[in-house]
Write a protein that binds this ligand. Structure first.
Ligand code: GLN
Length: 276
């Protein structure tokens, strides 16, 4: 493939490859460290050959389905700019529903409420909660050491004090209790037709295998031992899993079950309270 010579040429190449114009502008803007406004007024700016070659490669990868966030190395979540890598799920706007709910609950919680985010990935949920409610003491857990490095880097870059621990769900939290437990666990069923389109993201963050409910079950089962009386559990789940999650919460003895929908109108986050 011929490397593009200038900005206009790069946008032409993107069009020929079927890459969305906005994505192409964001890639160019990251490669040249210039704003999109600058690009528009510098159509004829020459591209240094190393940048041009790398850009041609990235446009080809984007055309083949590589998410833009991985190519530019960051995404925005709940107003925070977060580094992401292929070791982490790319945070979705849908998950902001969970964060907004958590922040509402924290308004009524003890001022120094203890919060934990299980399966934190890039740290998105934990960091957005800490940013929105700085008095909360926020912990986050992930099994993946590589993901935790990304999360710690995000915490450092944003100056947000979240404490990260490596381990399998509840395992690093023995004996600890919280006012609020949140999680966006892997929940996609292994036969879900959407899974192949997500192939660039870590499978372990997307699907626990089987019907997709096992991680949600582990969270519901273990939460009471880690909740102060009156504490809340908020779980993101698949569009068709709200009933199964509600049944599990009820069976485990939770109260005040509630459900919120995502931006697309799908039932996406279930919450319930542990009265002890
Ligand atoms: N909501 C994401 C999707 O469907 C998946 C996130 C997850 O499995 N926790 O693309």
């Amino acid at each position: 493939m011929n490397a593009p010579t200038d900005v206009a040429d790069a946008l032409r190449l993107a069009g020929a490859l079927g890459v969305d114009r906005l994505d192409a502008q964001l890639l160019l803007s990251a490669a040249l460290q210039q704003s999109r406004a600058w690009l528009i007024s510098h159509d004829d700016a020459r591209l240094p050959s190393d940048i041009a070659r790398r850009l041609a490669e990235q446009l080809a990868q984007r055309a083949a389905g590589m998410p833009l966030a991985y190519l530019i190395g960051w995404t925005e979540f709940h107003g925070l700019r977060l580094t992401v890598s292929t070791d982490t799920l790319i945070p979705r706007p849908d998950t902001e529903t969970l964060v907004d709910w958590a922040l509402e609950l924290l308004l009524e919680a003890p001022s120094k409420a203890r919060v934990v985010d299980l399966g934190t990935g890039s740290g998105a949920i934990a960091l957005a909660i800490k940013a929105g409610h700085p008095l909360a003491s926020v912990q986050a857990v992930d099994l993946s050491a590589a993901a935790l490095q990304v999360a710690q880097r995000n915490a450092d870059a944003l100056g947000l004090a979240v404490s990260f621990q490596q381990g399998d769900w509840w395992q690093p939290l023995a004996g600890q209790q919280f006012d609020l437990i949140v999680s966006n666990p892997p929940y996609i069923a292994c036969a879900d037709p959407h899974l192949p389109a997500l192939r660039h993201e870590p499978l372990s963050a997307l699907s626990p295998g089987g019907d997709g409910l096992s991680a949600l079950q582990t969270l519901v089962e273990g939460a009471p031992a880690h909740l102060h009386p009156g504490g809340w559990l908020l779980l993101e789940h698949g569009y068709d899993q709200a009933e199964a999650v509600a049944a599990a919460l009820q069976l485990r003895g939770f109260s005040e079950l509630a459900l919120r929908h995502d931006l697309g109108g799908q039932p996406r986050v279930s919450g319930a309270r542990w009265l002890g």
